[in-house]
Design a protein around this ligand. Structure first.
Ligand code: TXA
Ligand code: MG
Length: 353
């Protein structure tokens, strides 16, 4: 068994930043330690990205496969120029438009970033977050913070400090509680190491927004196909990620038929002694007659749906349900990212009604 370490929990108010606390957290990372912190997307588990040993600690704390590269977080554009080769002009256009913010860009790396941080790859993923705590912390840690989502590998990403604590308490040095995150889904990833830039993971910055800014952008075919024959290019996207413990199925079709199907299956499983969870919307939550029903938000409020998805999957884990049925959501705009994560969590089990 891994030796348990004392995890310090501190709260920082982003409106009136406690600079002494930020410095303490930065010093922990400078000394090779691990600090979890809020970003606008999800909570990250940070370490000094230029320190090979510190990156190795991230993999150990998360139980993450060592071939799955980390994202390097920076706070200014000069920092990008310090660690990568060949920044195309389209990347500067996106940086200008979407940084700081929920966008990650991939480039050829230089020697400053060790292979331990990139899972052995010659490329590096870089993001400049907008969250003020994250930005202050990156500066305090020396400018380059490697940070995957701060969950145990395979669990839904954390959107609150309590989620981080659930997974990583006793395994990392510090957790900074900065409140619930704004977006709730991980950043969009775009790869600039190919002729035509490719989206490897959909997120809050949509394909349409990227195309409008720089023209031609492809989407990784490994992302679209449900079968695993097409291997996604982002190593992390191949794992059954974001997964709740229960068997999750997404039910698709006309609303009335979806409700009927979920009610029928819930009744059946309940009669067999199973505990069932239902992911409903504000419009439909009253229509379910069994199971534990949680509303994810109003159907047309994509931002609320994005913000609540992971917390609901975690809540059903804590309630120890055996099965979860979820309504399906539109896959436009940020809906692309919502359905990408929901279908991955479901292992692509879809019931068409
Ligand atoms: O919003 C986010 O991006 C959050 C916050 C903390 O910033 N971070 C995050 O990191 O989601 P993580 O490690 O959970 O997901 C990173 C994804 C993985 O799927 C990984 O395989 C992919 O990015 N990735 C990282 N570096 C890559 C590279 N050089 N080439 C291809 N994929 C890469
Ligand atoms: Mg992750």
């Amino acid at each position: 068994m891994e030796k348990t370490i004392q995890t310090k929990m501190i709260t920082i108010d982003p409106q009136s930043m406690d600079l002494a606390a930020i410095k303490t957290a930065g010093d922990i990372m400078k000394a090779g330690g691990l600090v979890a912190f809020p970003t606008e997307t999800v909570y990250g588990l940070g370490a000094d990205a230029t320190n090979a040993k510190a990156s190795e600690k991230i993999y150990a704390a998360k139980g993450r496969p060592s071939d799955n590269p980390l994202i390097v977080h920076i706070s200014n554009i000069e920092a990008l120029e310090g660690i990568v080769e060949d920044i195309p002009k389209e990347a500067y256009v996106l940086a200008e438009k979407f940084w700081p913010g929920p966008l990650t860009m991939i480039f050829q790396k230089n020697d400053k970033i060790p292979y331990e941080t990139t899972g052995g790859m010659d490329t590096v993923a870089v993001r400049m977050p907008s969250d003020p705590i994250a930005r202050a912390l990156i500066d305090a840690a020396g400018g380059y913070v490697a940070a995957p989502s701060a969950n145990t590998s395979g669990r839904p990403s954390p959107t609150t400090a309590a989620h981080v604590s659930e997974d990583l308490s006793g395994r990392i040095d510090m957790i900074i509680d900065g409140g619930a995150v704004m977006i709730g889904l991980e950043s969009t990833i775009i790869d600039f190491t190919e002729e035509i830039p490719v989206v490897l993971r959909p997120g809050y910055i949509t394909l349409e927004m990227l195309r409008e800014a720089i023209g031609e952008v492809r989407i990784d075919p490994g992302l679209i196909s449900a079968d695993s024959k097409q291997k996604p290019k982002a190593p992390g996207m191949k794992y059954r990620h974001y997964a709740p413990k229960a068997d999750l199925k997404v039910v698709e079709g006309e609303t009335g038929a979806v409700i009927d199907e979920i009610n029928r299956r819930t009744a059946e499983l309940t009669a067999a002694g199973k505990k069932v969870g239902v992911i409903a919307t504000e419009e439909t939550k009253q229509a379910y007659i069994g199971g534990i029903v949680i509303s994810i938000g109003a159907r047309d409020d994509e931002e609320a749906i994005a913000r609540h998805l992971y917390a609901i999957l975690r809540e059903f884990d804590n309630l120890e349900v055996d099965a979860i049925f979820s309504e399906s959501f539109v896959s436009e705009k940020i809906g692309q990212a919502i359905m990408n994560r929901l279908l991955k969590a479901a292992g692509h089990q879809i019931l068409e009604v």
